[in-house]
Design a binder for this molecule. Structure first.
Ligand code: 13P
Ligand code: ZN
Length: 280
């Protein structure tokens, strides 16, 4: 089978295009990776180049040894993925130590995986472990309203989670585990990847202050939907804060608790603190 005929490749391209249309991928902003299933690899393996040189990942991911990933290329624009996928995307294989990768397909004009490969793979490693292999997608986007909020809200998991939950009743249902926060750090390396992957042990979404967001999920729809829900909630919060510094009414801690039974979710009391000033 041709690589570009695979369903997972087409779903990947569709998601990248949708993200671009949301305005989250200016220039080369953002990146996307998918941990490919064994049978999906087998169906296209005859199209892979053989014996490409191994390159260091820049992080150790031994739990991903032998896995294959579809990954956006560094410096590539999301807007070009659909029209030119073979130049913008690559399939890489991880070696037996989990410290090196090699190119199997793609990046036909030269190039290499995203500069955020350490964060993607460290997140994949954690998610493969904690979800029993269910999660396969890591998505990084430059979501405008989340970035804006990171200039004005305290960079605390509890504050961001609670403020975003309050903006739409569906939020605690979509991300009951909350959201993790990373203060400003240099992107593109192991250090920010390690910090992000620690938060991915308990969260499916992590915000990089003044930069963007990472989301993890089992399917393209679920992962895109999580990013979309959080960013939509941030947009509402930006609108509310632009109108007033005091909400007249809001969703209360008891309202949140009332959602738990009907939606079969458990909300950590850490996010349901009482605020001074009622609705504010
Ligand atoms: P890449 O072009 O290397 O994927 O980088 C884009 C980005 O968003 C860095 O955080
Ligand atoms: Zn980025």
């Amino acid at each position: 089978m041709r690589v570009l005929e695979s369903k997972f490749v087409n779903d990947f391209i569709d998601m990248a295009q949708e993200g671009y249309e949301q305005g989250w991928h200016e220039r080369n902003g953002g990146n996307l990776s998918y941990r490919i299933r064994a049978h999906e690899v087998e169906a296209i393996r005859e199209r892979f180049q053989e014996n490409a040189a191994w390159s260091p990942i820049g992080a150790a991911v031994p739990e991903l040894a032998g896995e294959f990933f579809l990954v956006t290329g560094t410096g590539r624009f999301f807007r070009n993925i659909r029209p030119d996928p073979e130049a913008c995307l690559g399939i890489i294989e991880i070696d037996g130590t989990g410290e090196n990768y090699r190119l199997c397909w793609g990046y036909v004009e030269g190039g290499r995986p995203t500069s955020e490969l350490p964060t993607h793979l460290l997140n994949h490693q954690v998610k493969k472990r904690v979800t029993g292999g269910r999660h396969r997608i890591i998505y990084h986007a430059h979501t405008t309203n989340i970035i804006a909020l990171s200039f004005v809200l305290p960079l605390k998991d509890e504050i961001f989670t609670r403020e975003l939950w309050e903006m739409a009743t569906e939020c605690p249902v979509v991300f009951p585990e909350g959201i993790g926060m990373i203060d400003w750090m240099v992107p593109g390396g192991r250090e920010i990847g390690v910090a992000t992957s620690h938060l991915m042990e308990k969260y499916n979404a992590v915000i990089w202050a003044m930069h963007g967001m990472f989301c993890s999920g089992a399917t393209f729809d679920e992962t895109f939907g999580l990013m979309h829900t959080i960013e939509k909630s941030a947009e509402i919060l930006v609108k509310v804060m632009s109108m007033t510094d005091k909400k007249r009414q809001t969703i209360t801690p008891d309202n949140f608790r009332a959602l738990e039974k009907g939606f079969s979710i458990t909300l950590d009391e850490r996010f349901l603190f009482e605020k001074n000033g009622g609705a504010d």
